[in-house]
Design a protein around this ligand. Sequence first.
Ligand code: FES
Length: 92
Amino acid sequence: MREERPEDPTPEDPVVITPCPNGPLLVRGDVMIAPEPGAEPQKPPRRVVALCRCNMSSIAPFCDGSHKLANFRTRPPRYNIGSPREDADESD
Ligand code: FES
């Protein structure tokens, strides 16, 4: 059985997704992952997982570090999550 660490998210914490520059999406929290559309969702082995977004991983949907060898580059974020859009309806 895996030892819990103080920084590990608990089931009560919200799920947090962090896009790593030039790397994977870090997902922290109690989630289920369907490996492909229509597949049965499964609980990942950890509460913090790295999901590949370079499409080079041999263990997809998880990151295996291949993005570094592939020199995968992301674009800088073009928006702030949680900030109201100028064109958004105030009643949303
Ligand atoms: S993002 Fe790491 S292997 Fe694809």
